[in-house]
Design a protein. Structure first.
Length: 252
């Protein structure tokens, strides 16, 4: 039986938590929501600073011993459904503070780094983060125009991988102009991917789902590469393209 009492959240606190579903309030409070057992448990093992974990009694009875007790609030099923970003609440939600990262702290040498130019779909961003985690890529550099990392759909689709991959938003032109390592722009008319020697270091650039890589960024890339097309599809999903290039460069 839980030693925690049911916590009745004030209407003001419910409103504040609900507001984190919108980017402008996430930016204001520098906080975001994480839902689901797996993602919350991974968050607890990360260097993110958790404000509180809201959990139903049923879910607490299941995994309560894995949660930091000082952060736990037991809430009603009704409040859990009210606060959830999902159609059906998983019964556990964390309110976490942003993790501040600076491009000045990133080292590009001797590793592969992903660069994303104006990815607009939160599910794609989350999946790319998960792909980066799978292939051991430490950092993803996003253009200012990319979808918000802390969008609930991005967090959900990353399946906890956002806790292990460093995501930085910055002006891509500046990064590429100052970089001393090769960069590879994934475009429709570049060298065939398999013709490129597997690099020991480099920046892999993936563009917007509809418009690809902007002309300014494409001009700054060292090389243009293309995933060979055998069939007749017009294009590849951005996350799938990222997975293919990462596998080719990192596994071969």
């Amino acid at each position: 039986m839980s030693i925690f009492a049911l916590k009745m959240l004030s209407n003001a606190r419910k409103k504040e938590i609900n507001s984190l579903k919108q980017k402008k309030y996430r930016q204001r409070y520098r906080q975001f929501l994480v839902e689901g057992e797996k993602s919350v448990l991974e968050l607890c093992q990360s260097d993110y600073l958790i404000d509180e974990i809201l959990v139903t009694q049923t879910q607490f009875n299941k995994i309560g011993e894995k949660l930091p007790s000082s952060k736990v609030l037991i809430i009603s099923d009704k409040d859990s459904e009210l606060l959830s970003t999902l159609e059906t609440s998983p019964g556990i939600m964390a309110v976490s503070n942003f993790k501040e990262s600076k491009i000045e702290d990133v080292f590009f040498e001797n590793k592969i780094t992903l660069m994303l130019d104006s990815i607009s779909d939160p599910g794609n961003l989350g999946t790319i983060i998960r792909i980066a985690d799978w292939y051991g890529i430490e950092t993803i550099v996003c253009s200012i125009g990319c979808v918000d990392l802390y969008n609930s759909k991005t967090i959900a689709s990353s399946m906890g991988s956002f806790t292990r991959v460093n995501i930085i938003y910055t002006e891509l032109e500046s990064v590429l102009k100052n970089s001393k390592i090769p960069s590879y722009a994934c475009v429709m008319d570049g060298q065939l991917l398999q013709a490129i020697s597997k690099p020991m270091e480099g920046i892999l650039i993936i563009g917007n789902e509809s418009n690809g890589i902007s002309s300014e960024i494409e001009k700054l890339a060292s090389e243009k590469i293309t995933i060979p097309r055998i069939g007749h599809a017009e294009s590849l999903n951005a996350a799938i393209a990222a997975a293919i290039v990462c596998h080719t460069f990192l596994v071969g």
